[in-house]
Design a binder for this molecule. Sequence first.
Ligand code: GDP
Ligand code: ZN
Length: 461
Amino acid sequence: MEFDTIAAISTPMGEGAIAIVRLSGPQAFEIADVLFKGVSGKKVKEVPTHTIHYGNIIDPGTGQVAEEVMVSVMKGPKTFTKEDVVEINCHGGLVSVNRVLQLLLNHGARLAEPGEFTKRAFLNGRIDLSQAEAVMDLIRAKTDRAMNVALGQMEGRLSKLIRGLRQEILEILAHVEVNIDYPEYDDVEEMTHQMLLEKSAIVKKEIEKLLRTSQQGKILREGLSTVIVGRPNVGKSSLLNSLVHENKAIVTDIPGTTRDVIEEYVNVRGVPLRLLDTAGIRETEDIVERIGVEKSRQVLKEADLLLLVLNYSDELSVEDENLFKAVEGMDVIVIVNKTDLPAKVDMDKVRTLAGNHKLVTTSLLAEQGVDELEEAIASLFFSGSIEAGDMTYVSNTRHIALLNQALNTINEAIQGVEMGTPIDIVQIDLTRTWELLGEIIGDSVHESLIDQLFSQFCLGK
Ligand code: GDP
Ligand code: ZN
């Protein structure tokens, strides 16, 4: 495949004054040599690979020094894109980096599309599709845990698992092929059926195991949409503030990634909470009263987690009881707030209403009970101490859909064998399973899907 040379600003967050322009492609060194004059006098083309050089960017039009820079020279294929890469580190911030980029574009480079560097890494066989998608997730990760999941995927943990499963299926298919070629041997058929059932069961179990991680994986990736519900004045805003102030969403500095959007997420012990904006408000007062129990159930159903706040210093009301009805069957944490005031609420009744839901008492005014609440949130979603670091999570919607389809086809294969379906029909289901798993890592994916996936990236990636 022939590629042109692309350039874009690619600046790691938090590095302050330093900004990087990345140049990748067959002309990278040539273009750099038109503009860069190193103090050593050596050309970019002549220096050893993976070395850094100090010098100036000279505007060939005017002969003037445009910027003082450090240039990293990396010869392919040992680079992210597998192509020749030049990274120009500018110290003058955004203005200077833009000027350098403009000069590169004027001298033969093309402005990279969002995700195009990663797309090249994929197309040049440097990474597979699930790894490329992990780069995207990494950029968007909201918490350390989410980041660990993305890093694991980027290192190819999921790919390795998927490749293993596909290998299993290939082995089954090989046996099936023998069976089809020598139908006259009865014992071959017997063996094939036995082996087919055993191996397919293993593949099925692994797919199911992966799918079981998808709930947590998706939460880590997208955040847990959370709504705070309760009567007026119980302390919803105070709760929101205390969650936001104590748990600012982290912004971590990963080399080579840019975060273009910083949304309002809070990070509660590794669980990213996305405080849901229901009709413009993140806290829902009197929702039941306004729209009725049934309708509010519909609205609240969108949330992964509900924080239901009650007032310790007030009696339970009909509105409170209606709220409990509206959130039945959902993930709820009941918070009885204002414990610093005299008790008026009937705690026995609260316990009865709360049923299996977690119950926490707080005084947001006295800053008490928030730790317990955070513990409750964390344990609700990590039931104990699952370490994201040593687990393979599936978090990507596309992967989840493919795994579900693969589970269906492997099930059909298994049922086929059990019901004595001709082996060449079973073979079709197995082949389809193999293909579906392949789509996760980018084998046999359609070109338009590739374009669509990579267009979701940030610029400079
Ligand atoms: P919201 O209407 O549910 O959003 O309630 P707010 O968070 O606005 O709180 C209503 C009032 O209760 C405010 O004056 C808060 O300062 C006060 N408040 C909140 N939490 C507590 C608490 O734990 N103890 C006491 N005594 N007052 C609280
Ligand atoms: Zn409020």
